[in-house]
Design a protein around this ligand. Structure first.
Ligand SMILES: NC(=O)c1ccc[n+]([C@@H]2O[C@H](COP(=O)([O-])OP(=O)(O)OC[C@H]3O[C@@H](n4cnc5c(N)ncnc54)[C@H](O)[C@@H]3O)[C@@H](O)[C@H]2O)c1
Length: 284
């Protein structure tokens, strides 16, 4: 059982907070009295979010931060610990995707690498820079890592993204188990957004010009029959308060839409039959 999270004096760092869900999460913390380090690879976007918060009476500090830059992440962590002696909430939100969707066999090696470097190693950099001192600070803390519905559903044409978000899912679950095992006062929540109306579809603006999908022949994946009726587009403004509630309750997971439980149940059944169904002589 963790101690209560103190929102009123929270020191918070949000990556990718220049827009979308990151901005909403930053605003929700600030509305409850927290001091929020609003970071983004796009400095002007980070400044815009910070200004919105400060004008509304909150307290935000804008910083340019590319989550793939481990040294820059360390430098930010050093600054935060020097200024406050602690970090209460670390929100590893920054992420990118690619358009058009493409089959795994139509993606380039650079596509895979770019996606993984930001979506997975960006999270790892946040964890590595902050956790050791967070464990020593002696007060309740919380980490939120943004995965995706892609990690719990199976979306044809979205393989690279799925892999990167499944990696975030995997590491976050183990991280929670490690904190529990060690008796640390640190919660871990995985955020799984469904479809949220943000700038995510334009992520490749941040990529080297020569590698962008629009300057190459990329074969778009033709979706034959996929639909999830429960995944209607949602505005990002709703997501911040969902995350706050999840931290309040130390919920391991927060979803923006109903989970595709039919798929999950079918997967559990198939996993069981992958053993019991195939080894009928097994003595279990
Ligand atoms: N929008 C959706 O439907 C959806 C669905 C599932 C998961 N997600 C995930 O939610 C998170 C937030 O995305 P969003 O939808 O709000 O999109 P968004 O594009 O509005 O926000 C992402 C932010 O991350 C920033 N960013 C990109 N690369 C970065 C880097 N290397 N370092 C630091 N910042 C970087 C962008 O500049 C942007 O401001 C992402 O991890 C995304 O993968 C989004």
């Amino acid at each position: 059982m963790l101690t209560a999270f103190n929102f009123g004096e929270a020191i918070v760092m949000v990556t990718g907070a220049g827009g979308g869900m990151g901005r909403s999460i930053a605003e929700s913390f600030a509305a409850r009295g927290g001091t929020v380090y609003v970071t983004d690879i796009e400095e002007s976007a980070a400044q815009e979010t910070a200004q919105l918060i400060n004008v509304a009476g909150g307290h935000a500090i804008a910083r340019q931060l590319d989550v793939t830059d481990a040294n820059a992440m360390d430098a930010l962590a050093n600054d935060i610990f020097e200024a406050h002696g602690r970090i209460d909430a670390l929100i590893n939100n920054a992420g990118v995707t690619m358009r058009p969707f493409r089959a795994i066999w139509d993606a380039s090696a650079q596509d895979f690498e770019w996606m993984m470097r930001i979506n997975y190693f960006g999270v790892i950099n946040g964890l590595r820079s902050f956790i050791p001192r967070m464990r020593e600070q002696g007060s309740r803390a919380h980490i939120v890592n943004t995965s995706s519905f892609a990690a719990i559903d199976t979306i044809p044409g979205h393989g690279m993204y799925t892999a990167s978000k499944a990696a975030v899912d995997g590491i976050s679950n183990v991280l929670r188990a490690e904190f529990e095992d060690q008796g640390d006062d640190i919660g871990v929540t995985i955020l799984y957004p469904g479809q949220v109306t943000t700038r995510i579809g334009t992520s490749e603006r941040l990529r080297d010009a020569a590698e962008r999908s629009d300057v190459r022949e990329v074969k778009a994946y033709e979706m034959k029959n996929l639909s999830n009726p429960h995944n209607e587009p949602l505005a990002p403004e709703f997501v911040g308060d969902m995350v706050i509630t999840a931290i309040e309750r130390n919920a391991p997971f927060v979803l923006t839409h109903p989970a595709p439980t039919d798929n999950l149940k079918a997967r559990v059944e198939k996993l069981n039959s992958g053993y019991f169904g195939l080894h009928s002589q097994a003595s279990h």
